[in-house]
Design a protein around this ligand. Structure first.
Ligand SMILES: *Cc1c(COP(=O)(O)O)cnc(C)c1O
Length: 374
């Protein structure tokens, strides 16, 4: 049996809509993008969504919109995909890492205050694996020290904690529609916020700082435009938005299937004493990926056994601070963030997606069980 690490769930509805957009006059940012933004904002219960080409782009623009640049510091986690920290470096600011909770992998909010200096401008938490950090607590720290909070919600489209969804109480939240995320256009991203002025600024920054996009000029009959701020080229196009638009109404249904699979995994693995992240109370887990934590000395051997038996599995994530670029540029060293380093040595991500069949789920459970007892 072979169980792929990930299979997307694009069907006829998505493909037909994409074809329709390709047969239409207007290929780049236009009505499809507007409609997708409205649908996404509505799903997330935020006032505004701005669609861009990736979550990395959304993070970069969010930091720029927050006024962050050279000489500034941004507090974040070393346990994430490298995009999180890279987006900070792209602005010229310095990423300041804070170690993670040993039993969840999320940034340890108790350690944030100690990392704040007079250069700190923002906190960039990641809702790791789909579990939201304690946003109320982070917001209260941010308020006290006049910092902005930008969320990396690439794992947390469906998540909720203490009644709060990503993007509702922060400066804004960044999402990914990369190929393995829960909704996808192969590549894509979005920024959401409740603040109108921020949404407008991000919209301008995604298209070179141009004061009106082409579709808007067509609509209003404007013949020219101004550039009053330096922007980037991060606008989502209509084809991407056409692929995404019909996925929004399926988010909950597909999440439910992943939740069901995750519960099955948790029950089976608890029985054989396998360690997994602790799950918060009053929290809806986004179920982006399913991590297991094994003995670090045996991890590579276990991963190999799983892969050799036809099950796709990967490591999420290597510690960001130990990447060569980060060591060389900022002087980070082994031992600086021990909980993060420990998780990066113990973690294995196994398949979790709505297309998995019960047979496949049972096979994954069987192979993981064999791998850890081998
Ligand atoms: C996928 C991911 C990103 C980057 O998303 P892109 O859309 O590929 O730029 C950022 N942060 C986290 C935590 C991710 O998992």
């Amino acid at each position: 049996m072979k169980v792929d690490f990930f299979k997307h769930n694009l069907g006829d509805e998505e493909i037909n809509e994409a074809v329709k957009s390709l047969r239409s006059l207007f290929l780049t940012t236009g009505k499809y993008v507007d409609d997708f933004e409205k649908a996404l904002a509505s799903y997330l219960d935020t006032k505004y969504a701005v669609a861009v080409t990736s979550c990395t782009a959304a993070l970069h623009l969010a930091l720029l919109a927050a006024g962050i640049g050279p000489g500034d510091e941004v507090i974040t986690t070393p346990m994430s995909f490298v995009a999180t920290a890279n987006s900070i470096v792209m602005t010229g600011a310095k990423p300041i890492f804070v170690d993670v909770e040993k039993d969840t992998g999320n940034i340890n909010t108790d350690l944030i205050k100690k990392a704040i200096t007079h250069k700190t401008k923002a906190i960039l938490p990641v809702h790791l694996y789909g579990q939201m950090v304690n946003m109320r607590k982070i917001l209260s720290i941010a308020k006290k020290y006049s910092l902005l909070v930008i969320e990396d919600s690439a794992h947390a489209l469906e998540a909720k904690r203490d009644g709060i969804k990503p993007g509702q109480i922060s400066f804004g939240s960044c999402f990914s529609f990369y190929a393995t995320k829960s909704i996808t256009s192969a590549e894509g991203g979005a920024f959401t916020t409740n603040d109108e002025e921020t949404a407008r600024l991000i919209k301008k920054l995604r298209s070179h700082g141009i004061t009106s996009e082409l579709a808007q000029r067509e609509r209003t009959g404007l013949k020219t435009y101004d550039v009053d701020v330096l922007g980037w080229k991060y606008n989502m196009d209509n084809v991407q938005a056409a692929i995404l638009i019909n996925q929004v109404k399926k988010i909950e249904k597909q999440w439910k299937r992943r939740e069901e699979i995750a519960q099955k995994y948790r029950k089976a693995f608890a029985k054989i004493g396998l360690e997994m992240p602790r799950e918060y109370k009053n929290s809806k887990h986004g179920r982006h990926i399913f991590p297991i934590w094994v003995d670090s000395k045996k991890r590579d051997q276990i991963l190999e056994y799983i892969n050799n038996n036809g099950v796709g599995a990967v490591i999420n994530y290597p510690s960001i601070h130990l990447f060569t670029y980060y060591r060389n540029k900022f002087g980070f060293k082994k031992g600086m963030y021990p909980n993060c380093e420990e998780i990066s040595k113990r973690e294995i991500t196994i398949p979790l997606y709505s297309k998995l069949t019960n047979n496949e789920v049972n096979y994954v459970i069987k192979i993981v069980g064999e791998a850890i007892s081998a």
